[in-house]
Design a protein around this ligand. Structure first.
Ligand code: 5RP
Length: 270
């Protein structure tokens, strides 16, 4: 890895403890105006200072994030199908590397769909994206998307994460599962977890804690933060696990304290 690539990666996976709190707000690329992300600007604004990096599309970056921000941007560069379309796995690269550089992206992100109808296309696309990204010193985050018919177990997720790393991804995002150590230990690059569908806050904090304890460097979490009634306390509680080594119980206490200190739901601190 060259200096530029290492430097970019270090802005996402923070030294000295190699931990990452990435806030995912890219859902609209196939879900449209997702609940509580209808107006990305107002969802992102109160959370920006609490995340290490923001994962998003170029459309949301251009329209909804102040260009004065110092937060690193992880730019989703894949897409092509919608939640109501033919097959979600049919993704291609939709953003040129030149535009990603122009937008000052710190890393590029794309999905692979191992075991799906379009597996071949998405894996080859990952290899091609890494080829181009290497020329610009840009790290690539591979997202292991899981089709409805796939089991989210350690066997499948280990396969998908390892394949992503073998193609040259510099960081891999996947889902938490039982025996998650197996997934992390067989993947030679840092692993972060998605939060998935909204679950109770206490459960999302447990998920975060268990993933980090099993070796994940952190999270790329979206709905379990900004679909919470108290997004700022929630991201701060997640942060206390990722960066403060808090356990899930202490993070839950912190969440409740911050909620009770806030003036009302969905205020700056709630
Ligand atoms: C969709 C994504 C999302 O960014 C990812 O799922 C993380 O968000 P959430 O925590 O809401 O699951 O990559 O393909």
């Amino acid at each position: 890895m060259d200096w530029g690539q290492e430097n970019r990666l270090a802005r996402i996976v923070r030294r000295p403890h190699n931990r990452a709190l990435m806030l995912a707000v890219d859902h609209g690329y196939f879900l449209g105006p997702t609940e509580r992300l209808e107006d990305p600007r107002s969802t992102i604004a109160p959370l920006l200072k609490y995340c290490d990096s923001l994962m998003l599309t170029r459309g949301v970056l251009r329209t909804s994030v102040p260009s004065s921000t110092g937060t690193p941007m992880v730019l989703r560069v894949s897409g092509g199908t919608s939640i109501i379309g033919e097959d979600l796995s049919r993704e291609d690269i939709t953003v040129s590397i030149r535009d990603a550089v122009r937008l000052n992206a710190t890393a590029l992100a794309m999905s692979i769909f191992v075991g799906s109808k379009y597996e071949y296309q998405t894996i080859v696309n990952l290899g091609r994206l890494v080829n181009e990204a290497e020329e610009c010193g840009m790290p690539v985050l591979a997202v292991t998307a899981v089709g409805k018919e796939m089991a989210r177990d350690a066997r499948y997720l280990s396969l998908a994460c390892r394949m992503a790393a073998e193609q040259g991804a510099h960081i891999v995002k996947t889902y938490y599962c039982e025996d998650f150590e197996q997934v992390v230990n067989s993947c030679p690059v840092p692993v972060i977890i998605a939060g998935g569908k909204k679950i109770p806050e206490r459960d999302a904090l447990d998920l975060t804690y268990k993933a980090v304890r099993a070796g994940a460097v952190g999270v790329d979490m979206g709905r379990n933060i900004w679909q919470s009634d108290n997004p700022v306390p929630m991201i701060r509680a997640v942060r206390s696990i990722v960066h403060g080594n808090a356990d899930a119980g202490s993070a839950w206490e912190m969440y409740n304290r911050l909620v009770s200190e806030s003036t009302g739901p969905r205020s700056e601190s709630g």
